[in-house]
Design a protein around this ligand. Structure first.
Ligand SMILES: [Zn+2]
Length: 91
């Protein structure tokens, strides 16, 4: 799994971004943006659309969901690598 540091070395906000709501000081919300091409609704422009307002507990839920999926994907990668190595040895 790719190590996530405080500032990743790839453009991690090209397709998806989370920014504080303009009134974050009062509402405590963060806004989830996604590139229009990735949305299920079709948009004419190629920019970003705001999809949802998230509070801190939503962000923790999002993080837990993403972590779980990436952990499974990471295990799958490991298994596929092991399988390919064993297959090579058998030839
Ligand atoms: Zn707000």
């Amino acid at each position: 799994m790719k190590k996530i540091t405080n500032e990743p070395d790839w453009n991690y906000q090209e397709n998806i971004a989370i920014h504080p709501c303009p009134c974050n000081a009062e509402c405590g919300q963060y806004v989830l943006y996604i590139k229009t091409g990735k949305a299920h609704i079709k948009f004419a422009d190629q920019g970003m659309i705001d999809v949802a307002s998230l509070d801190i507990s939503d962000l923790y839920d999002l993080l837990a969901n993403v972590y779980l999926i990436l952990s499974v994907e990471d295990k799958r990668d490991e298994l596929e690598k092991t399988y390919r190595k064993k297959k090579k040895k058998l030839k």
